[in-house]
Design a protein around this ligand. Structure first.
Ligand SMILES: C[S@@+](CC[C@H](N)C(=O)[O-])C[C@H]1O[C@@H](n2cnc3c(N)ncnc32)[C@H](O)[C@@H]1O
Length: 356
């Protein structure tokens, strides 16, 4: 099977991985693209996207599913020759060796690889909290109220605890801003250019809840392993932050509710007097079918219409721009009034923020 759209998507993702600091996955995806183009066995794994539109391949994150499936296989003990070629404990790994071994395993490991690829990436990226922080602090500073936080598509719920992390915002003028408990176990460094968020705001989170269509249960070792396989394997700082956040979520016994986002919003979210209600999500919208997107947009507008000065409502989201899917934006819409603001253009994993 050779499919120009898929080959192009694998090459593009390869470049994105290199650009965003994962040379290992960049090289793996380049090998995969070449293999697909030559009619090699990787095509078997991509059957669900054969002939699919560019949009579908992007929205369903097919290249990421593929490369993560090999990371997942390498993380177990079953194929030590693959594990040895993967990055580990600060070693960069050998993607050429990993691909030679990985390619040869496709037939025997087909079931495991395709099972992993059967669901969209469950990546739960802690550094996205550093991006969302800009919106939470803005709502807190503008309303002067405590926050009620409701997250959609929360995966394992690591970003439910955004207010328990410590953030260091390195600014382009050389100054650093900080927010959060200096003793926090989860440390989030972020390059921040443009106006800093109002770090003097110290909102209290008086309620927090989250849903996911298929939450990651952190008490289950297999699900934890699956979650960590979504992190690019040579990005050791991301792995370390995730492990720290996993430990915190487990310690506090936080649970993400299993529900479709639209049903959950209708059932759970309404403004409440004395607090600002914030509905938020990150890298989630693209996975929704059109009717769910439309339903959610309408439900959010209805909630907004109920908001008052005493019971404000905010919709905060970090998502690819509908006009240019390669650009990820942080947007905030606040009610009463419904004013929509572009707060920043951001790195997809939250490494940097260019605030407007
Ligand atoms: C790429 S992950 C992002 C996780 C998290 N928001 C983050 O930024 O780290 C997308 C999540 O959206 C969830 N999802 C997709 N469709 C959904 C729906 N209709 N309702 C609830 N969750 C959904 C997936 O299960 C997945 O966990």
């Amino acid at each position: 099977m050779s499919d120009e759209i898929l080959v192009g998507a694998l090459r593009l993702q390869s470049e994105v991985c290199r650009e965003f600091g994962s040379p290992f996955n960049g090289a793996m995806l380049a090998h995969m693209a070449a293999d697909l183009e030559a009619g090699g066995p990787v095509g078997e794994l991509l059957t669900p996207w054969k002939g699919a539109s560019r949009r579908k391949v992007f929205d369903e994150a097919a290249p990421i599913r593929l490369v993560n499936a090999f990371t997942h296989l390498a993380a177990g003990d079953e194929v030590p020759e693959l594990s040895r070629a993967y990055p580990r404990d600060g070693r960069p790994g050998d993607p050429d060796a990993a691909w030679t071994v990985g390619r040869a395993l496709i037939a025997s490991q087909h079931g495991r690889l395709t099972a992993f690829m059967g669901h969209e990436p469950q990546t739960n990226e802690v550094r996205r909290s550093g991006v969302l922080l800009g919106g939470f602090l803005r709502v807190a500073a503008e309303t002067g109220l405590p926050l009620r936080c409701f997250e959609l598509g929360a995966s394992a719920g690591l970003n439910m605890l955004w207010d328990r992390f410590h953030y260091r915002l390195s600014q382009d003028d050389g100054g650093d801003a900080e927010w959060g408990d200096p003793a926090a176990t989860v440390r989030v460094p972020i390059d921040w250019s443009g106006p800093a968020p109002p770090v003097d705001a110290k909102p209290q989170v008086v309620e927090r809840a989250a849903c996911d269509r298929r939450p990651t249960d952190l008490t289950d070792a297999a699900q934890r392993q699956r979650l960590l396989a979504c992190i690019w394997p040579d990005q050791f700082d991301r792995l370390e932050r995730s492990r720290a956040a996993i430990a915190l979520v487990a310690e506090l016994g936080l649970r993400v509710e299993a529900a479709d986002a639209l049903d959950w919003v209708r059932a759970r979210v309404q403004p409440q007097s004395g607090a600002a209600t914030v509905l938020y999500h990150s890298i989630f919208w693209q996975y929704l079918p059109a009717e769910t997107r439309e339903g959610l947009t309408a439900a959010i507008a209805e909630i907004g219409a109920q908001a008052t000065e005493a019971a404000p409502f905010a919709w905060l989201r970090m998502e690819p721009s509908p006009e240019n899917l390669a650009v990820v934006e942080l947007r905030l819409t606040c009610w009463p009034g419904g004013e929509d603001r572009l707060l920043a253009v951001v790195h997809p994993h939250g490494a940097w923020v260019r605030a407007s």
